[in-house]
Write a protein that binds this ligand. Structure first.
Ligand code: ADP
Ligand code: TYD
Length: 207
């Protein structure tokens, strides 16, 4: 059997189950014989750490600065000679990322022109488009309930008003880019197993 190593992005508002589903998908792919590398944005490298400091209110940063930092963090995430996604793909890994450029379109599209965000991320999009963008759709209310259950402190973007806007911007971005991007939307307010099976059925079509 020839194994095509894929690049898959998981998308969704905060608490939608991306990291949970990344694990299920990695397990399925591993059992299928793939070498899997799971990663995430914002990264935990130098640029991603600046972003996390802003989100955790340790540092001030305007929304436009945050959008710019994500452009840089993503390019580093792609191009770095050790942990870069392009390097991992060349090494034969199937790569799953918890968030990629659609997160920027949705989260920064709330505060600034989405066209600018898309243009600013065009270097990344031209370097590497996901074989599949998987969007786990949950309501902002369920998202807030899950965030509130999980921890005491809130990050910058974790308010019901903002997540309602982000949820709408995701829909707008998917509509805008439906011709050039492969997008699979799965209903996320179901059991983890049902969602995982849906995702695996879709990914298997690409293998
Ligand atoms: P994300 O990575 O999108 O922030 P997580 O996978 O960390 O989301 O999940 C957020 C919270 O919701 C966690 O407490 C997780 O256990 C829970 N969770 C994940 N998937 C589901 C699901 N399908 N139904 C109910 N709770 C879920
Ligand atoms: P993440 O750690 O994935 O949070 P969660 O697990 O709660 O979904 O992402 C942290 C925050 O970063 C999240 O609120 C979304 C935001 N974000 C952006 O604003 N722009 C981006 O380009 C990315 C990748 C994330």
């Amino acid at each position: 059997m020839t194994k095509k190593n894929l690049f898959i992005a998981l998308e969704g508002i905060d608490g939608s189950g991306k990291s949970t589903q990344a694990k299920y998908l990695a397990d399925h792919l591993t059992k299928y014989g793939h070498k899997v590398y799971t990663t995430f944005e914002p990264t935990d490298n130098r640029i991603g750490t600046i972003i996390r400091d802003i989100f955790n209110h340790r540092m001030e940063g305007d929304h436009r600065v945050i959008a710019g930092l994500f452009v840089a963090d993503r390019l580093d995430h792609l191009l770095h000679s050790e942990y870069g996604i392009l390097h991992k793909l060349e090494d034969g890994y199937t790569v799953i990322t918890d968030r990629y450029y659609f997160s920027s379109y949705a989260y920064h599209g709330v505060h600034m022109s989405m066209d600018w965000v898309i243009a600013a991320n065009s270097l990344s999009a031209n370097l590497l488009r996901p074989d599949l963008n998987i969007y786990i759709d949950i309501s902002p209310e369920i998202s807030m309930a899950r965030i509130n259950k999980g921890r005491d402190s809130k990050e910058l973007y974790e308010t019901i008003e903002n997540l309602t806007n982000v949820h709408k911007k995701y829909a707008q971005a998917f509509d805008l880019l439906k011709e050039e991007e492969k997008i699979f939307i799965t209903q996320g307010e179901r059991s983890e197993n049902l969602i995982a099976n849906d995702i695996w059925k879709e990914v298997k079509k690409l293998l």
